[in-house]
Structure formats: structure tokens, C-alpha cells
Design a protein around this ligand. Structure first.
Ligand code: SF4
Ligand code: SF4
Length: 168
């Protein structure tokens, strides 16, 4: 069986000095630097957070929201389908009876822990009432306490669909 000997590079004095490789890299960096000083319209980096991305598509899964009925109450009927489908187990629901005469339940507690959420969208897919969506366009959520990452029902109801994604 023939054996193919591959020549190993990097053993010459020129390779070991690294100077030529470093100079080659610096030449490329300098070329981009000078080109971008003259015209920065082709820069692919964004000065985030001062500059926010404008190309978020409607299919983007952002922070959740709970949708509302025409009377302003939540559409959610506390069926637990979303919590059952959630692979992260980060949805906490406690059901209670509705007090508006409708023969349905409503969530007394509806919490989502964003620190555990993996933004898979299974909760949205599982909901039979279109009561939960991820079309807020909120892609960056910051807080300085762990508890603040747990969104409660009122916060989720206060979120709205991102304007560019259309109307409800
Ligand atoms: S997006 Fe996925 S992980 Fe997050 S709450 Fe929904 S089902 Fe759970
Ligand atoms: S959001 Fe939808 S799936 Fe989750 S409990 Fe409410 S109605 Fe059920």
C-alpha cells in the first residue's frame, strides 16, 4: 500500500519568525481599515445598542405576549397546553374561574421565566386559543435581578405586537 507523505510546513526559519505571517495579517487589517474610513456603508458590524437592527422578520421569535379579547380580558383559558409543551418547563400557570359569566377558566397566575426559556415557540404552536404569541419583536431583554426575568401575566398582557409585523 502506497503511503503519501504530506510535507509539513512551519519548520523554516521564515515560518518560525512569524513576522511575515503577522505582516500579512496586518496588511489585510490595514486595507479594510483604510477602505472603511473612506466609505463605511459596507460595514457589516453594527454599533449595537446605539444602532438597533431593522431587519427583524415577522417570523422572529421574540419575548412573549398574551393576547386579549375585544373586552380587554385575556384570551387564555388556562388549559396548560403551552406549559405541557414547553421543553424548558418555564411556564407557571395557576387557573381560576372566570368572573364574567363565561364558562371558561382564566389564568390567575401566568409566569414565564425568560432565563429558562429557549425561545423554541412550542408554547405558541400548542395554544388552541391563539392566546400566546412571540411577535413582540423584543429580542433584547435586560435586567439586573433574576426575578425581573420572570414575566407575570400583566406584563405579558401589556406587550404588543411589533408594529411592522402587522395588526392583531
Ligand atoms: S418558547 Fe419554548 S421554552 Fe420558551 S416558554 Fe415557549 S415553549 Fe417554553
Ligand atoms: S396560553 Fe394558550 S395553551 Fe397556554 S394555558 Fe393559555 S390557552 Fe392554554
Amino acid at each position: 500500500m502506497g503511503i503519501k507523505i504530506i510535507k509539513r510546513n512551519g519548520k523554516s526559519l521564515k515560518d518560525k519568525l512569524y513576522i511575515f505571517a503577522i505582516a500579512g495579517g496586518m496588511r489585510t487589517t490595514l486595507r479594510h481599515f483604510l477602505r472603511n474610513i473612506k466609505d463605511n456603508s459596507n460595514l457589516i458590524t453594527m454599533q449595537y445598542p446605539e444602532v438597533q437592527p431593522s431587519d427583524i422578520t415577522p417570523r422572529y421569535r421574540g419575548v412573549h405576549r398574551l393576547t386579549k379579547r375585544d373586552d380587554g380580558s385575556e384570551k387564555c383559558v388556562a388549559c396548560y397546553m403551552c406549559a405541557t409543551a414547553c421543553p424548558a418547563g418555564c411556564i407557571e400557570i395557576e387557573a381560576t374561574q372566570r368572573d364574567d359569566g363565561q364558562d371558561e377558566k382564566r389564568p390567575k397566575i401566568f409566569n414565564i421565566d425568560l432565563l429558562e426559556c429557549v425561545y423554541c415557540g412550542y408554547c405558541v404552536e400548542a395554544c388552541p386559543c391563539d392566546a400566546i404569541r412571540m411577535d413582540t419583536g423584543i429580542f433584547s431583554f435586560t435586567a439586573d435581578k433574576r426575578e425581573d426575568f420572570v414575566l407575570d401575566k400583566n406584563t405579558l398582557l401589556s406587550h404588543t405586537r411589533k408594529k411592522e409585523f402587522g395588526n392583531d
